[in-house]
Every structure is written in C-alpha cells, then in structure tokens.
Ligand binder design. Structure first.
Ligand code: MFK
Ligand code: FAD
Length: 516
C-alpha cells in the first residue's frame, strides 16, 4: 500500500521533464541548433526553479507616492526588489537579446519563446513589459531614425540590466481600448524644436492603462488629424517617460514628472498584481513622431503582433506549470485507502490526458506561428508564410487565451483541496492568465482581426493552400482515422473563403476564431 499521509509533490526541470517541448524543438531545429538550444533551456529550467522562484517570492504590489512631506508632487513609483530582479535576470538571460542577436537565425524566436514558456508561471508577468519592449525594438528596427537605431535599439535589446531599457505601449484611452479611433490625446507639432529621435511634438491627453509605468520609454498613439478623422488621424509617437532620455548607468531614475507625465493612480486589478498598471495624464509632454503622419495604427501593428505572440506563449506557459503540478501530484497522492496512486486511476488519468492534449495542441499551434515570425524577421519566409503569419497571429493569441483558463481550472481540481490553496500557485496563475483574454485585444476583437487579415489580398488563399497541403500529405492511416475532421476543416475553410469575401458578414466574426 501507499502512505495515506499528505505528501508534497516534486516538480522536475520544466524543460527536460516536459512532454512536449524537447520533441517539438527537435522537430524544428537542426541537430547542432537543437544541442545548443536544449542545453540552454535545460540550464535555464534550473534557474526557473531556483533563482526566479526566489525572486518572485520577494515581489509585492507596487506603490505610488504622489506627494512628499512638503506637499510637492513627486509621483514616485515604488516597485519591489523581486520585480526589478526578475526583469534584470530575464534581460541577462537574453529576453529580449536572443530575438535580435538572431544567433540561431529564424530559430532564435523559438529559442527565446521556449525560455519564456517555461518561466511564465514563475515570473509575476515580467514578460508584459518585456513583450512591449520587444515590439518597440522591432518598430525601432523597422522605422527608427539613425539615432534611434544607434542609441535606443541597443538598449531595448541589451543583456546588461545596467544599460537595458524597457518600453510601454499606450493605446487604450477612456472612450475605448478596442476602438482606438476615439483617441482623445492630441499631438501638437513644435516647429522650431529639434531632436535626434525625430520631429518634436507636445502631447496632451489621458492614458487609461499603462502597464509598464516603470519603463524608460513608451510608444503611444495621439491625434494629429482633425477630431473627426477617426483612427486615420492618429500618429505613432516615442515618448520618453523620464528625462534625460539617455540615462547614465547608475544614475538615479528621475520621475515621470520630468516629462510632464502625472501618474494618477495604480489600477486595482483582479490579477497581474505585481505589474505597475497606472492611469496617466500627459500635459505638454515631449514626444517624437515615429513613421509617417496619420498612419499610427498601421505602424504600431508590429508591436501589437509581437505582443500577441508573447501573450499566446504566456497562456501556454500558465497551462504548462499547472499541468506539471497536477501530474506531479498524481504520483504522490494515494487514493482508495492507500491501495492506488492517482496516476494509476484511469478516470483521473483521463482528465489529465484531456488537459495534456490541449497543452500539446496549443504548444504546436503557437510555435508554428513563432517559427513563421522568426523566418519573417530573418527575411527567409516565403510570401505565403508571411501572409499565413498575419492570419495566425490573432488566432493563436485569442485561441490560447480562450482555452487556457478552463485547462488551468481542471489542473486545480486535479489536486482536490490542495489545488485551491495559494501555495500551489495554480490560482495565482489562473488570475494572471485571465488578463490574456483582454489585453492586446479581447478574444472578440481578435476574431475581428482574423476577419481583417482574411480580407487582405492573398492571406486567406495562402492559408487554405497550406491547410490543403497538410490534409493531403497526412499519412493515409491517419486520414482514415479522422476523415470527418478533415472534411469538416476543408468545408469550414471554404465557407470562410466565401463569407470573408467583402462585404464581411459581422455575425460570423467571433465563430471565425473557433475554426482554428
Ligand atoms: C506577456 C503577455 C504579453 C502581453 C502584455 C501586454 C500588456 C498589455 C498591453 C495592451 O493591452 S496595449 C493595448 C492593446 N490594444 C489593442 O490590442 C487594441 C485592440 N484593437 C485592435 O487591435 C483593433 O483591431 C485596431 C485598434 C487595430 C483597429 O484600428 P482601426 O484603425 O480601426 O483599424 P483599421 O482601419 O482596420 O486598420 C488601420 C491599418 O492598420 C490598416 O492598414 P492600411 O492602412 O494599410 O489599410 C490595417 O491593415 C492595419 N492593421 C490593423 N491591425 C493590424 C494591422 N496590420 C497588421 N497587423 C495588425 N494586427
Ligand atoms: P472595450 O473596448 O470597451 O470592450 C468591452 C467589451 O466590448 C469587450 O468584451 C469587447 O470584446 C467588446 N467589443 C469591443 N468592440 C467590439 C466590437 N466591435 N464588436 C463586438 N464586441 C466588441 N492598454 C494599453 O494601451 N497599455 C497597457 O499597458 C495596458 N495594460 C493593460 C493591463 C491590464 C491588466 C488590462 C486588463 C488591460 C490593459 N490595457 C492596456 C488595456 C487593454 O488593452 C484594453 O482593456 C482592451 O484593449 C479592451 O479595451 P476596453 O477596456 O476599452 O474595453
């Protein structure tokens, strides 16, 4: 018989004991790249269990001190040592560096995102500011002035926490986050001012959600066209959160007030509590135009698309750890009077298997897009692959977010009462994972983006050709086993192709997501 006492479970190395990641990496990488990347992931797996968990335990909710004892406005944002340590450690580990050093060429995205996947559930949403930093680095790489490329880009991608910058993304305003056409922040050109970072503007407005309030810069939308110009009157700006924009290493961090940015309030959130999400006002704040005038939405899209891939990876990362815990528990928990372990009870195993199947499918789905992102950024993607990535990006983000919470809930119940205890961290993961359904576009808004993408020339055809190729190249035994699913997929794709031809039928927008 087995001990009937409560016994702690042991979590293994999150990379080597994972049932999906090593074999997926082997499938995607050459053997030399596999050796190098898997060695790094195995080492990093131990860092997750030791250093990162230790740093996470030293985090607490940020505090805002608006006034000092003399009644002066100071807007001091106090974050925890653990939070700052997590950020520094991840920068040292090459998040963001790996993505832009591109040492493993198109596999660099797979490498960095596998690191994130195994760390997500142990790092208090540190990948939120880092994902926006990643998107900002990409926009700088694509659109930046020579000075931005020389001064900012190396900092956004640096592995040295002393010089590295993080960036925020300010799109959401009070009238609407999904619909940025309502943006109220106004940008006024300052004709005689000059900056190496581009034409200088003065911004006035209110940003309703700023999650990287401790960052160095932000990318924001502001109105440069007439008030009735909707989103086609918005431009993209680089805003220094603090002056001087280029900080000397070791110098104290000035307040956001140095650029006339007031931090009004920290949000009181359901989860992601360590992340300093604030409401801000810009009052004659200095900013630099990035890219062409009145095309802000189009040019912030690389940030949206990159952070959406981060979000999809995070959703899968929360599932990974919850499932690892549930699996580990099944090896120590005795049932039926000590005659059996949970892992040997078919009913219980069937539940774990269902969760595992979703985890496996989502990981493959998400990393399919991650590889396409890597190829696109390295200039080795075919035109079809780039079009496919456009369609898959909102699909992986919305779909992974939509699936994650119910799988995490199943993992929680797989531990019985222990699963509901804070110490396991599953509830904490669930709270954080819920944000993935809302930020960077709600699930509904992402299904609308699938529709937008599908109506762009060539996108849907690129997807259908690829899906048909996959269907026809399935081994015949597999085709025989799942003929109904294959037929369904083919029919669904044909339906989408006809429905998505303009004019778009709004009622099919959300179901569009579920076709994946
Ligand atoms: C670790 C976790 C990672 C995540 C952490 C992040 C923390 C949270 C941060 C945030 O939440 S930041 C705020 C995120 N906000 C959103 O995601 C807004 C959601 N709403 C949308 O995405 C809307 O679809 C959008 C605001 C983009 C709609 O705007 P418009 O102006 O009505 O779009 P329109 O007119 O269809 O498109 C304008 C242009 O942009 C078009 O190009 P053209 O000018 O050439 O015609 C579009 O094709 C292009 N575009 C729009 N979305 C695109 C895109 N291009 C590429 N990719 C996209 N996703
Ligand atoms: P709304 O746009 O008002 O949406 C409300 C509901 O309406 C949703 O269910 C939505 O799906 C639905 N809806 C909207 N439009 C349509 C439509 N056309 N058809 C059908 N249904 C629709 N934003 C930033 O810019 N920077 C940040 O750093 C940031 N950090 C965040 C951190 C957290 C923890 C959270 C929760 C949000 C953050 N956001 C940030 C804001 C986030 O991006 C927005 O909340 C999100 O885009 C939705 O916008 P909204 O809140 O205005 O909701």
């Amino acid at each position: 018989g087995y001990s009937r006492a409560q016994r702690p479970y042991m979590e293994g190395n999150p990379f080597t004991t994972d049932t999906v990641l090593p074999s997926l990496l082997k499938r995607l990488a050459t053997s030399q790249a596999f050796d190098e990347i898997s060695e790094d992931l195995e080492r990093f797996g131990s860092v997750v269990l030791t250093t990162l968990r230790d740093l996470s335990s030293k985090t607490f909710e940020p505090k805002l001190v608006q006034y000092n004892q003399w009644g002066q406005r100071v807007d001091e944002l106090q974050t925890s040592e653990g939070w700052r340590g997590l950020k520094a450690k991840m920068q040292e580990e090459g998040i963001i560096g790996i993505f832009y050093e591109r040492r493993h060429k198109e596999l660099s995205r797979v490498h960095g995102f596998m690191k994130q996947l195994i760390a997500t559930a142990d790092t208090e949403v540190i990948f939120c500011p880092l994902s926006m930093t990643d998107g900002s680095a990409r926009v700088t790489e694509l659109l930046g002035t020579p000075e931005m490329k020389k001064d900012l880009f190396p900092r956004l991608t640096s592995r040295d926490p002393e010089v590295a910058y993080t960036a925020g993304q300010w799109m959401t305003e009070r009238p609407g986050g999904s619909d940025v056409s309502q943006t109220e922040t106004v940008a006024t050109h300052i004709p005689n001012a000059w900056s190496p970072f581009g034409p200088v503007y003065s911004l006035n407005g209110f940003k309703w959600f700023s999650s990287a309030t401790d960052s160095d810069i932000a990318l924001a939308l502001a109105r440069t066209g007439p008030p009735n110009s909707g989103s086609r009157g918005l431009s993209l700006f680089l805003i220094p959160l603090r002056f001087p924009i280029i900080r000397l290493s070791g110098a104290p961090r000035p307040s956001a007030l140095t650029n006339n940015i007031k931090i009004h309030r920290l949000k009181n959130k359901f989860g992601t509590k360590v992340l300093p999400t604030a409401e801000l006002s810009l009052e004659e704040s200095e900013a630099y135009l990035l890219g062409p005038l009145n095309q802000g939405v189009k040019h912030i899209a690389p940030v949206l698309n990159i952070t959406r891939v981060h979000s999809a990876v995070s959703s899968v990362g929360y599932i990974r750890r919850s499932l690892a815990i549930a699996t580990a528990y099944s090896k120590v928990r005795a049932i039926n009077g000590g005659t059996q372990l949970l892992k040997d009870a078919p009913l219980h195993v069937a539940e774990l298997a269902k969760a595992h199947l979703t985890y496996r499918a989502l990981t493959h789905f998400v990393f399919g897009a991650v590889l396409l992102l890597g190829k696109t950024e390295c200039g080795v993607a075919t035109e079809e692959e780039e079009l496919r990535l456009r369609l898959l990006t909102p699909a992986i983000k919305g779909f992974a977010a939509d699936k994650a919470s119910s799988v995490i809930e199943e993992c929680m119940t797989a531990l019985g009462g222990q699963g509901y205890m804070e110490e396991t961290g599953i509830g904490h993961n669930l709270q954080d994972a819920m944000a993935e359904k809302i930020w960077e576009g709600t699930v509904t808004v992402l299904s609308l983006d699938i529709v937008r993408a599908a109506s762009e020339p060539g996108v849907l055809q690129a997807f259908i050709s690829w899906a048909e190729h996959i269907i026809t190249s399935c081994p015949s035994e597999l085709s025989r086993q799942v003929p109904a699913s294959l037929t369904l997929l083919r029919t669904a794709l044909q339906e989408i192709a006809s429905i998505y031809a303009p004019p778009i039928v709004p009622l099919v927008q959300r179901p569009a997501l579920f076709i994946f």
